[in-house]
Design a protein around this ligand. Structure first.
Ligand code: ATP
Ligand code: MG
Length: 188
């Protein structure tokens, strides 16, 4: 099986993540894309993040009804800092026949050389970057570029929108925004 993994904090998941996963699945002919919320995002520990259970639930709500997509709790169930290389190895151990495509946005792509054991990481998974065309000298490893309709939205901007009671209707699935208000996430 050709399996894409989209890692992230997903605090909250939004249409940028969903469009990216859809574009990669289609263009690379993947059997499935796994959304994998990070347990302890060690490069983001400066702010309070929603619990792993809450971020996983938002992912599940967002992907419900799309049979190409699944959610994985392997990172939120692991203790200590979340390293993508550990997730690749765990997935490969549990699914020895899978070929892993690790999906990143362009901001994450350029950050990979700061990741734990990044050289092993980029050799054990095929790196897929959305909206990066052709060769980029600043990226010291090979990756596959996939185009998607550009959506300049981030979870950071969405948290601000929820905090300020601004409209989010076309930026996150309605099931996710209902969950956010029920759980009282991102309140001032
Ligand atoms: P934050 O603002 O909290 O950093 P985020 O929106 O960047 O959140 P993450 O969970 O950090 O979301 O991102 C997970 C992955 O999704 C990363 O690889 C990131 O580059 C990618 N991504 C995030 N937003 C978009 C977007 N609008 N279009 C394409 N890829 C995106
Ligand atoms: Mg980000």
């Amino acid at each position: 099986m050709k399996v894409g993994i989209l890692g992230g904090t997903f605090d909250p998941i939004h249409i940028g993540h969903l469009i990216a996963a859809s574009a990669v699945q289609e263009q690379l002919g993947l059997d499935s894309v796994v959304f994998m919320p990070a347990g302890e995002p060690w490069q983001k520990s400066e702010r309070d993040i929603s619990s792993g259970a809450q971020r996983l639930e938002m992912v599940k709500l967002a992907i419900a009804g799309d049979s190409r997509f699944q959610a994985s709790d392997i990172e939120i169930n692991r203790t200590g800092p979340t390293y993508a290389i550990d997730s690749v190895r765990q997935w490969q151990t549990e699914h020895p026949d899978d070929q892993i495509f690790w999906i990143v946005g362009s901001d994450a792509l350029t950050g990979i050389p700061t990741w734990h054991e990044w050289e092993a990481f980029v050799s054990e998974a095929t790196i897929v970057a959305v909206n990066r065309i052709g060769h980029d000298d600043s990226v010291p490893f090979k990756y596959v570029a996939v185009n998607m309709p550009e959506v300049r939205i981030s979870a950071t901007e969405l948290r601000d929108r929820f905090t300020n009671d601004q409209d989010t209707r076309y930026l996150v699935p309605i099931s996710v925004s209902e969950y956010i208000s029920k759980q009282g996430l991102y309140r001032a």
